[in-house]
Design a protein around this ligand. Structure first.
Ligand code: HEC
Length: 114
């Protein structure tokens, strides 16, 4: 009996620890976007930054860019990067981001674009 009673909270604690792994928490995603993406795309996703203007980054809030891309296409762009004129990286690839990070960043970008 005592074992069962102690067993229940342990299962609950394990359950709570496992939950955040499915998605990256909102504030962590916003932080990740600001750190890795906002230099060009802007914290608000409007591309209105010095680098963004130089590279011709699109304003996600003004044009229907992201709704035309599937989650899979966005993940591929983030992972493989975008080549600009002359074969140089316009946007360098982010091969180290996990599937969960990319999925959360995609949801964050889609929310910014609304
Ligand atoms: C060095 C500047 C730079 C950084 C940093 C950067 N991007 Fe980009 N991104 C670009 C450019 C340039 C394009 C291509 C724009 C075009 O072709 O019109 C682009 C395109 C994209 C696109 C395709 C949609 C579009 O607007 O064409 C997505 C999605 C995207 N970036 C997501 C991200 C994410 C997520 C990050 C951070 C992990 C990131 N970018 C970081 C410059 C950057």
């Amino acid at each position: 009996m005592a074992i069962t009673m102690r067993g229940v909270p342990l299962v609950l604690v394990l359950g709570l620890c496992a939950a955040p792994r499915a998605a990256v928490a909102d504030d962590a995603v916003a932080k990740l976007f600001r750190a890795r993406c906002a230099t060009c795309h802007g914290a608000a996703g409007d591309g209105n930054t010095a680098s963004g203007r130089k590279l011709g980054v699109k304003n996600w809030r003004a044009a229907r860019i992201l709704p035309r891309l599937s989650d899979g296409e966005i993940a591929r762009i983030v992972r493989e990067g975008v080549k600009g004129k002359g074969g140089k990286w316009a946007m360098a690839p982010f091969p180290k981001l996990s599937d969960e990070q990319i999925a959360s960043l995609t949801a964050h970008m889609r929310a910014l674009a609304k």
